[in-house]
Design a protein around this ligand. Sequence first.
Ligand code: ZN
Length: 309
Amino acid sequence: MNGEVFPIIDLNYRPNCPVSIMLDRQIKPMLEGKTITGVVWEKYYDGEYSWHGETIPGLEETVGGKIIFADASFLLTDSGKLIFYAVTNGDMRYFQKGAPALLPKTKKAVSHAYHMKLELDDGSCFGLNLYGWGTSLRVYEVDVGQIDTEQQSRNKRYPFLPKSPIDITDPSDFTLENFQAWLSDKPGVNIVEACATSNGAFGISIPVMNYILLISKVHPKTKARALTSADIQSIHDNTCRIIGEYQSGRRICKHIDVFGKTIKPQNDVLWMTSAVFGTACPVCGTTIEAAPAAGTKMYFCPTCQVLKK
Ligand SMILES: [Zn+2]
């Protein structure tokens, strides 16, 4: 079923971990169990380019379906409609009953801009604001007869839903063995690219992955074949711990929640972005440096993270 139904879903445009963890946790209880009573689809800007057109095929047919699964990327109904959406953080909104369903508008862009709203049976509403090339909204058909709710993973995901090659939010999927097997298939790939880029295993933000590599004392450009088993174990254990802390709510990363509120970080990891370049390593105090990789820059500590060839 996977091969037939999902090959054109480009998962690269989903929000990455840990923002996706924040949004998953909010969306699931608000949407699951509710029935879609109406849909509204409108183009509010005419730009120079279009990629959605005037309608979304299949969207109207979601009406009447009861939502049996929802997260930051997918919504599945008991009538077999799978809605995939990819929007920028802050452009996914939930409106309580009676609240005006006002979605943000983007500044007029070169591409068309769209609003989508799903009206729900308890009077609430779920909305998306779509514009720019990274956004997407598609409806797929799924054979609900094949869905066995007993077969949800520990993470409460249906196993057939497309996901990253390794789901780091699911401990039964992100095992040391699966991680080792993933790396052994790509001996010549840098560890940061093997984990965090569009072809990587994890669907995790690169600056967060680079922090995990810092505390694991592995240089981001270390080739998979040069990693020792202790290195792999360390990356695995630190990833599990940090992702687990985001899932439990011990860590909160900065994000815009589904009510449009900007949430401040709490116990967040140090995101290894250009902001840390030239500052002191949080572990040893050495000045953080940068190395080009995957079309961007990877920030690292030259003392903690010695490159092994
Ligand atoms: Zn250091």
